[in-house]
Write a protein that binds this ligand. Structure first.
Ligand code: FES
Length: 101
């Protein structure tokens, strides 16, 4: 695993999400209270694009059927998904967002 630069910190609005691609993985980046979270942009229920959803109480909410996943742990917080998502480690280096892939 290595840290890969995926975006500038300023590209993500507070409370928003963007999508990037690195090492053939589509990654969603979310900013909540100034903290950046990175996870694969695929819902485990039926492959919905999580970055098209919303952020609510520390969770990302899938836009297709409403499954919720904890942004810190990837754990499922609401059905219909039953399997968690992978959360990637993030570090900020001189305003660059780097993700451990
Ligand atoms: S595809 Fe995400 S809840 Fe169904």
């Amino acid at each position: 695993m290595t840290f890969v630069k995926v975006a500038d910190e300023s590209e993500i609005p507070e409370g928003g999400m963007i999508t990037v691609r690195a090492k053939s993985v589509r990654i969603a980046l979310a900013k909540v209270d100034g903290e950046i979270f990175a996870f694969e942009d695929v819902c485990t229920h039926d492959n919905g694009s999580l970055s098209g959803g919303s952020i609510n109480h520390g969770c990302v909410v899938c836009p297709r059927h409403g499954a919720r996943f904890d942004l810190k742990t990837g754990e499922v917080k609401q059905l219909p998904a039953t399997e968690g998502i992978e959360i990637f480690e993030v570090r900020i280096s001189e305003g660059n967002i780097e993700v451990n892939l």
